[in-house]
Design a protein around this ligand. Structure first.
Ligand SMILES: Cc1ncc(COP(=O)(O)O)c(C=O)c1O
Length: 418
């Protein structure tokens, strides 16, 4: 795939080659990652890179749009059919910009937004003080019940009545349970708010119908396409027909410039792939693998946030093991298992240290790992946690990791040979 770069820039070529090796020999368990099918790789680097285009089919700002029009029209049709949505915008660049697109479409500076706390499962783009939008809109937050560690719907309703937001957001980046979209939609309606669901993490599971869809209940649904959707680095927005024009305007010219036709082509392919038996089997297996990981880690004495998972995310509280998320993440990284440190609900530790890690099973499921292998992964994790700074222990864990993952190639042999 990189035959020209190899000659013109060996330095960049070798970085990409090393990344390929890293992914090949690592057990990737970052919950927001997946392994893009080869078609997604091909299309993401296609001839459409050369085309600059703004506007929508039938109302473009540049000429030469015939093929791009065909692509976008096909993609919108596929996205609508896949999710049962009344309207789809597939121009948006990513999950973050999908959220910005909705804000641009329906909010004015100073408007109020109610979303889930970042440290209990939400996302940076839902009003974190670190994100510039916190200076534009007024955010308030709901969270989880301290006992169940699941969304506290009663408190959410109370807050909604008191705060009177213009927009309520559900969905997050480290929430392992199903969300009652119907109930939150009703709450939004009762206070006259729009309801947006950010399904960035779970859109693959939703597409294949293995978990409930927010589409019937939300005014707007945003997503990235890199997580369980297993597609290119991009995003999309779904909405009710009545908001179609408003959303399209919020996307372009509201929040983006020219379309990225390369990743759009890869998205259009992915919308079809998501209807396949192969994709559905992977999504079903993700749910099984998530539950198996919960069981195995629990047997080893790890505490699982909220007790279980309903999706691809397993949130682990490390306090019973006496180590921080930071130490565990780094020790696992050194032996070839990639996870990320993450705050758990009501975490006494800072976001830079954390008491937990977030583990995802999408990539390993795509590679074919199942129950027996997950048992070994949990066992290796426990061995790492027992002595995360002992070089001999880590060396042994690294050997076990390499032995396990070597049996499950990332891509078919020879996929990247020039
Ligand atoms: C809930 C949620 N929304 C949005 C995003 C941002 O997606 P992207 O990285 O595609 O911009 C993420 C990323 O992790 C996420 O978890």
């Amino acid at each position: 795939m990189l035959k020209n770069t190899r000659i013109s820039d060996p330095e960049v070529y070798s970085i990409v080659e090393d990344e390929l090796k890293r992914q090949e020999y690592n057990i990737e368990m970052i919950a927001s990652e997946s392994t893009a099918p080869l078609e997604v790789m091909e299309l993401s680097g296609s001839i459409f890179t050369n085309k600059t285009l703004e506007g929508y089919p039938g109302a473009r700002f540049q000429a030469g749009s015939h093929e791009a029009d065909r692509l976008e029209i096909l993609g919108i049709k596929r996205a609508k059919e896949l999710f049962g949505a009344e309207h789809a915008n597939i121009q948006i660049y990513s999950g973050s910009s999908a959220n910005y697109g909705v804000y641009a479409a329906v909010l004015s500076p100073g408007d109020k937004v109610l979303s889930m706390r970042l440290d209990q499962g939400g996302h940076l783009t839902h009003g974190s003080p670190a994100n510039f939008l916190s200076k534009v809109y007024q955010y308030d937050f709901y969270g989880v019940n301290p006992e169940t560690e699941m969304i506290d719907l009663e408190a959410l309703e109370e807050k909604a009545k008191e705060f009177k937001p213009k927009l309520i957001i559900a969905g997050g980046s480290s929430y392992p349970r199903l969300i009652d979209y119907k109930k939150i939609g009703e709450i939004a309606k009762s206070v006259g708010a729009y309801f947006m669901v950010d399904m960035a993490h779970v859109s693959g599971l939703v597409a294949s119908g293995v978990i409930p869809s927010p589409v019937p209940y939300a005014d707007f649904v945003t997503s990235s396409t890199t997580k369980t959707f297993c597609g290119p680095r991009s995003g999309f927005i779904l909405c009710k027909k009545e908001y179609a024009k408003q959303i399209d305007k919020g996307v372009f010219p509201g929040s983006i410039g020219s379309m990225h036709l390369t990743t759009m082509a890869a998205k259009v392919w992915s919308f079809k792939y998501a209807t396949s038996e192969k994709f559905k089997n992977i999504m079903e297996q993700i749910l099984i693998n998530g539950k198996t990981l919960v069981e195995e880690l629990t047997k080893h004495g790890f505490r699982i946030v909220s007790g279980t998972t309903d999706n691809h995310i397993v949130m682990v509280d490390l306090r019973s093991k006496g180590i921080s998320g930071k130490v565990f993440q780094n020790a696992l990284d050194s032996i070839g298992i990639t996870v990320n440190k993450n705050q758990i609900p009501f975490d006494p530790a800072s976001p830079f240290v954390t008491s937990g890690v977030r583990i995802g099973v999408t990539s390993i499921t795509q590679r074919g790992l199942k129950g027996d292998e997950i048992k070994i992964i949990a066992d290796i994790m426990d061995q790492v946690a027992s002595a995360p700074e002992d070089e001999e222990n880590l060396a042994e864990c690294k050997k076990r990791t390499r032995e396990l993952i070597s049996k499950f190639p990332l891509y078919p042999l020879g996929s990247f040979e020039d």
